[in-house]
Write a protein that binds this ligand. Structure first.
Ligand SMILES: *Cc1c(COP(=O)(O)O)cnc(C)c1O
Length: 196
């Protein structure tokens, strides 16, 4: 499954895509995305207009306008990934030995949806960056701590690694149009705060 939410590499405004190599799942998906309506397997003698509602589905159709945007975004994606990797390299060079960041084994391509660092005083850093006009984000709030999931039984989940990580993580600006100047500004503000 792919999300086309605005923050993603390929953005269509909203919506997403499911891919499958299973005919069975494909047919089920085709039904679900359009109210469970189909013209296949119609019983009885009806006209050509006739359709059946064979299942309860929803309107999950991406609009043509969104799809057009998505096609141009798809074409831009390879360059976007190259640019994101350059940005990540700059962050790593700046933070090496000072700040913890994620690293992958040699030879593995990271598409860098996010660039996350871990710090002791996460909230303090978040507020400092905001006060300097840098909108860092937190990804993500552990699902089992959210109201709905607590109520359906996850309140007792012992996921202390997720909670410890959540208390330390902060995502720095990461998008292809981020300029070198903007990035350096962010790096300097992070270092300034952590050295205080
Ligand atoms: C991906 C993402 C979304 C949207 O996800 P959907 O699966 O398209 O609903 C929303 N917010 C953030 C921060 C995300 O990273």
């Amino acid at each position: 499954m792919f999300s086309f939410h605005p923050v993603k590499h390929i953005a269509c405004g909203e919506g997403g895509m499911v891919t499958t190599n299973s005919k069975k799942i494909y047919e089920k998906l085709m039904l679900l995305r359009t109210h469970g309506i189909s013209k296949k397997n119609i019983k009885g003698d009806h006209g050509a207009w006739y359709y059946e509602m064979q299942n309860l589905g929803f309107n999950y159709r991406l609009t043509d306008i969104q799809a057009t945007l998505g096609i141009t975004q798809l074409a831009k994606n390879p360059n976007g990934i190259i640019r994101r990797n350059e940005i990540a390299e700059n962050y790593k060079r700046a933070f090496e030995g000072l700040v913890k960041y994620q690293s992958l084994p040699e030879g593995i391509l990271n598409a860098y949806h996010l660039f996350v660092i871990e710090v002791d005083n996460r909230k303090g850093l978040y507020n400092h960056l905001r006060s300097r006009g840098i909108y860092a984000q937190i990804h993500y709030i552990p699902v089992h701590t959210l109201q709905y999931y607590k109520e359906i039984g996850y309140h007792a989940a012992d996921l202390s690694n997720a909670e410890n990580y959540y208390n330390r993580c902060i995502s720095l600006p990461m998008f292809p149009s981020l300029t070198e100047e903007e990035q350096n500004y962010t790096i300097n503000e992070v270092k300034y705060y952590l050295n205080k």
